[in-house]
Ligand binder design. Sequence first.
Ligand SMILES: *Cc1c(COP(=O)(O)O)cnc(C)c1O
Length: 235
Amino acid sequence: MSVIAQNLQAVQMRIARAARAVSREPHEVSLLAVSKTFGAEEVAAAVDAGQTAFGENYLQEALDKMAALRSMLPDTAITWHFIGPIQSNKTRPIAEHFDWVHSVDREKIAQRLSEQRPGHLPPLNVCVQVNVSHEASKSGAAADEAAVIARAVVEMPRLRLRGLMAIPEPTEDVAQQRAAFRQLRELYKLLRAEGLPLDTLSMGMSGDLEAAVAEGATIVRVGTAIFGRRDYSPR
Ligand SMILES: *Cc1c(COP(=O)(O)O)cnc(C)c1O
């Protein structure tokens, strides 16, 4: 078994254990493999091990990888999730090539994605990114703005509102991890109570997925624990 296959199995076991600890079913949590900075070969190894959903942050890198995988694995359906910051001049290729976008944090971006989503594709699945711990990165909308964006997205014809996403400030303190994820879940509950059709809480990464699952994550986004440490030095 490849290292990537072993790592995937270990991550699935972490998810299952974390789910059972809070009386959730492991299948309620799906694993998004974050393949940014890794190549098509690594993605293919993960596909070989049964993984079909992949998350990417950098547009050009993702488009190159998608093209490579289409020729390497022409018969395999891969679901691509865009999870990185979105510049407004890059919305068209995102709308054309991805199945999901987790990082919508402005109404204007949502509007462009809806206008640019090709008619022959199903509506683009969207999560609104919320800044839950006032992280310095500035990605993510404040909770009240996120609610406004979510209400607007529901009305957009080529988008399908799915849920909320957050990347809390990294901390080793599990209580702090859980408090941040709980904020996202509270907003999710509030919006559902309002009647918005949300079914997705995208939260938890390699270092804090247990806390996220305990607080209700339905998608965990895991890179390092599957593919190893990322190397950002120029190649
Ligand atoms: C890189 C990234 C991840 C994966 O983080 P790891 O710590 O490597 O698991 C998850 N979500 C987002 C938005 C990311 O950019």
